[in-house]
Design a protein. Structure first.
Length: 361
């Protein structure tokens, strides 16, 4: 079944369709990871996006029950050079084609993903559509230019009600802006008593749960769309130790008076080097974001930069100078990717323990 990937700049790719027959419009982005496609397609941070994988062969180990980062995938499409019809792995339960048919996700293969990636790197992320081979490109391009991508995607992916994940350790309130299950897993492994709350939770509602610490999760879209979260962070800052990841990092920066901006094509992959400024240590990290904290905007705040990206110098970590709060732009839980930065979860729990003993809060 032939399909087209059409970009708003007029570029047309003709390839083979797989997965669902649905026709979706989304923001076309690329991910440079060599493995972990199941975690990528189920990451809520990709809500509203058509994901291009630069690694040429996808699907060879199938889809299994254990590697999902959310129960419901929110991506709008998948673009690959070649996908595997007959996966070979003892854990495999479905092929990627079968899974996409079940979840109504369209895919296209057989196109030059290197060319597509170069276009995105040159022009920035573009709107695109996966559609049938019969679709008129001129009409699709006109539609793309007139389509506004949805805002506040956090509302789509966040849990609607609070729920517990019990443990016997410190109470952590995990605010779900599009949380990957890997974050929950890391806290569970450390025995935390977790309460996951919706993105709409207020400072009063969070503090009523008597947390020992608060974690701000990853999530999709522009952080400035989630104004309620910014107000919540302002209300809890300085009262409880806080740790933010990805979108949580950006929201923390906005709550502290810094600014964020859209990147040309973002960071998406599991091979991004990040340097910790204090120690000089370099971690290879997993990343997935299209916005960044503007470094110049930090100067007149109580924040300091703790980490930078070695590829482009963008801000990758922040710490509050007065309060026990720190954040990172990358994903210490990985899933997929290296676990070099996994110790940040222990750093968070140590911060909670120190604040309990010293009675600062």
């Amino acid at each position: 079944m032939k399909k087209q990937l059409i970009l708003e700049d007029g570029t047309v790719f003709l390839g083979e369709g797989f997965g669902s027959d649905s026709e979706n419009i989304g923001e076309v982005v690329f991910n440079t990871g060599m493995t972990g496609y199941q975690e990528i397609l189920s990451d809520p941070s990709y809500c509203g996006q058509i994901v291009t994988l630069t690694y040429p062969l996808i699907g060879n180990y199938g889809i299994n029950r254990d590697d999902f980062e959310t129960i419901t995938p929110y991506i709008y499409g998948f673009v690959v050079k070649e996908f595997c019809d007959f996966p070979s792995n003892w854990r495999s339960e479905f092929s990627i084609d079968e899974y996409f048919k079940m979840k109504n996700i369209p895919g296209i293969s057989g196109i030059d993903t290197r060319k597509l990636t170069r276009i995105i790197r040159m022009h920035g992320t573009l709107k695109g559509a996966i559609c049938s081979a019969d679709a008129n490109p001129e009409e699709v391009i006109k539609k793309l230019k007139g389509t506004e991508l949805p805002i506040n995607q956090v509302d789509t992916v966040s849990t609607k009600t609070a729920y517990p994940s019990p443990g016997r350790g410190p109470r952590v309130v995990l605010v779900d802006y599009g949380m990957k299950h890997g974050i929950l897993r890391e806290l569970n492994q450390r025995g935390c008593d977790i309460v996951v709350v919706p993105h709409s939770a207020t400072a009063e509602e969070v503090l009523q749960l008597k947390p020992d610490g608060i974690m701000l999760s990853n999530g999709p879209g522009d952080p400035k769309d989630v104004s309620n979260a910014i107000e919540m962070i302002k209300g809890v800052l300085g009262k409880v130790p806080l740790f933010g990841i990805c979108l949580g990092h950006q929201l923390f920066a906005l709550a502290c008076g810094a600014d964020t901006e859209k990147m040309k094509f973002g960071h998406r992959g599991s091979n991004h080097p990040v340097k910790e400024l204090k120690s000089g240590r370099v971690d290879i990290t997993a990343q997935n974001h299209g916005y960044t904290v503007n470094e110049d905007s930090i100067k007149n705040t109580e924040l300091e930069v703790t980490h930078i990206a070695l590829n482009d110098g963008t801000v990758e970590g922040l710490r509050h100078k007065q309060f026990p709060a720190f954040t990172v732009q990358y994903h210490p839980e990985a899933s997929p990717g290296p676990e070099d930065a996994n110790g940040l979860f222990d750093q968070f729990l140590n911060l909670i323990e120190v604040n309990k003993k010293e009675g600062v809060l």
